[in-house]
Design a protein around this ligand. Structure first.
Ligand code: KPL
Length: 294
């Protein structure tokens, strides 16, 4: 049994694609006891309905996927973990950085892994989850307890039929995604536009170069491979062009009135800058602007 904590778009994508009957959602406090039922639209073919039971007391999952928003993760796990065996691997799917470290520091004895995914999923209306874009998922260990389990966890996830790779340097992968999200998401939320539209906006054009300079210095301070600011800008803009018509996850959160993950993206970078004595005025400004939208 694979338990999934977080029944948003990503949780529903994995629940719909992993073998039926082997998945359960972990109930959150106050959640209705009925099983979760929704329609799922795969990339190809007809939509179908999915019914996912809630994990029952006493049921012991072999694997726990955590697909909550970054800001909810710690609290959700504090509620869920007391009834889950300490040997069960925890796989964190959160965007940005910061929440993964909080989890591995809070439960150092548990096997903690992280996943970085480029799969696209959304919920255009209540009761419907759409697999919107084919991607790939990399999974790797965040602590030594998780290390020997990477291959097995990657295999279990691959039973979904989605592309899954074991990853030795998962922190590096999370950083690569963080750089892209730091250069796109806040701009789309502040400007209320699609990913591609930021490129022509004066606000983006004014701030992207100094933002990339900050990120370039932070990468060095975090022990990540150094990239010049121009190369970071190129990779950010390549993704903005490739996903030009997408609504970013941060803009989607904002439009739906949900808290955003800004504290784990540009906010994380601003905090890291403070720790290392690196000035991060652009990350700070973007964080404050998005916080004011909430
Ligand atoms: O990961 C994304 C997000 O929206 O969070 C990008 C890459 C910006 C695609 O929309």
């Amino acid at each position: 049994m694979i338990a999934i904590l977080g029944a948003g778009s990503m949780g529903r994508l994995w629940a719909a694609t992993l073998p039926a009957g082997q998945v359960a959602f972990v109930p959150r406090p106050g959640q209705a006891p009925d099983p979760a039922c929704y329609r799922f639209q795969p990339l190809e073919g007809e939509s179908f309905s999915v019914t996912v039971p809630w994990l029952q007391r006493g049921q012991s999952p072999e694997l726990l996927l955590v697909t909550t928003k970054a800001g909810d993760t710690l609290e959700a796990l504090k509620d869920a973990l007391p009834s889950i065996a300490s040997s069960t691997p925890i796989v964190l799917f959160q965007n940005g950085l910061g929440s993964q470290q909080q989890v591995s520091e809070t439960w150092p004895q548990r096997p903690v892994l992280a996943a970085s995914t480029t799969e696209g999923a959304n919920r255009p209306k209540p009761g419907l989850t759409v697999h919107a874009g084919r991607g790939a998922t990399w999974v790797g260990a965040l602590n030594t307890e998780g290390q020997p389990l990477v291959g097995r966890v990657a295999q279990q996830l691959a039973e979904s039929g989605l592309e899954v790779h074991p990853e030795q340097d998962i922190l590096g992968r999370l950083w690569q995604k963080l750089v892209i999200n730091a250069g796109i998401n806040a701009f789309t939320a502040v400007l209320d536009c699609s990913n591609g539209e930021i490129l022509n906006q004066p606000f983006y054009q004014q701030w992207i170069a100094p933002l990339c300079e900050e990120i370039s210095r932070l990468l060095g301070a975090a022990g990540q491979p150094c990239h010049p600011p121009e190369a970071l800008r190129e990779s950010i803009e390549a993704v903005a062009r490739k996903t030009a018509t997408n609504t970013s996850s941060m803009r989607a959160d904002r439009l739906a009135g949900r808290p955003t993950e800004i504290d784990f993206i540009n906010g994380y970078l601003a905090r890291l800058g403070q720790q290392h004595g690196i000035a991060t005025p652009v990350n700070q400004m973007l964080t404050e602007q998005v916080q004011q939208l909430n």
